[in-house]
Design a binder for this molecule. Structure first.
Ligand SMILES: [Ca+2]
Ligand SMILES: [Ca+2]
Ligand SMILES: [Ca+2]
Length: 270
């Protein structure tokens, strides 16, 4: 009888766990409505009471041996919205921020990645990207207080990408129209403020997302950190939705690059 109970419990636990792991993570970020945001690297006009944090060892999905704690790599991110745009700001702690080298793939440098679905009705249990799932890599190059920004939108994992193909994979490219960004140095890192017009994530086949209060979408966030770019060195990677244990970490263990059901969520609020 005890064995039977144990078996039933194990089964229930297994089913429960696999169900929750395959319908977005419980982690959620609330995005307040934007009012008069100026993209200048100063977050004085932002509501920073709602934030997501990436600062925990459980969130490392690659190169755990290269993490020296929060001073090395950690971040807070904030999102705000209006009907036409997402505003995304980050406070990044990094002892050597904005390591960039021309010709390197952006995901082997200092970068951040936004993951989002532009379809609020998308099935949270989907285990493959669809045309309305986006993996957007952002990086920047700074020299004497001036910054250049680069976007890379990876669509290679999507079977039917709706005619919106991969762009910016070789770096040194601003893919988005009307994209605005600004960076300011802070103690131990940087503040990065940006505006992403949502018309960029649409075309004749892919409807533009129009945020509204109360709407929830699939969403996630990565930070990549490298402090010395050498060929073959991969960045340390941390993922908002990840809760991995142990010292053996590979991105495939929490494969948000291919499986949106592992993502967290974003809720638009007033
Ligand atoms: Ca500002
Ligand atoms: Ca670092
Ligand atoms: Ca770095």
């Amino acid at each position: 009888m005890k064995k039977m109970i144990a078996l039933v419990l194990t089964l229930a636990l297994t089913l429960g766990l696999s169900a929750s792991a395959l319908a977005y993570s419980d982690k959620n970020l609330e995005a307040p409505k934007a009012k008069d945001v100026v993209i200048d690297g100063d977050l004085g006009e932002w509501d920073t009471s709602k934030c997501l944090r990436i600062d925990n060892v459980n969130q490392i999905t690659d190169q755990i041996e290269h993490w020296d704690g929060e001073k090395d790599c950690a971040m807070e991110a904030y999102v705000m919205w209006d009907e036409e745009n997402l505003y995304i700001a980050m406070k990044i702690l990094d002892d050597t921020p904005l390591v960039y080298r021309e010709g390197f793939p952006l995901d082997e440098l200092d970068a951040v990645i936004f993951f989002l679905s532009t379809d609020p009705e998308a099935d949270p249990e989907r285990t493959e990207y669809t045309a309305t799932d986006w993996r957007i890599v952002q990086s920047a190059y700074g020299y004497k207080g001036d910054y250049e920004f680069f976007n890379y939108i990876d669509r290679d994992m999507i079977a039917d990408n709706g005619g919106w193909d991969t762009q910016g994979e070789y770096g040194d490219e601003v893919v988005f129209d009307d994209y605005e960004a600004a960076i300011a140095s802070i103690d131990g890192g940087i503040v990065w403020e940006s505006k992403l017009p949502l018309h960029n994530l649409s075309n004749k086949k892919i409807a533009q997302l129009v945020p509204a209060a109360g709407m929830t979408i699939g969403f996630d966030f990565s930070i990549l950190d490298v402090d010395l770019p050498c060929p073959g060195i991969h960045s340390l990677r941390m993922q908002f939705s990840s809760e991995l244990d142990g010292r053996d970490r590979k991105p495939e263990m929490h494969d948000v690059d291919h499986n949106p059901s592992l993502w967290a969520t974003l809720t638009f609020v007033d």
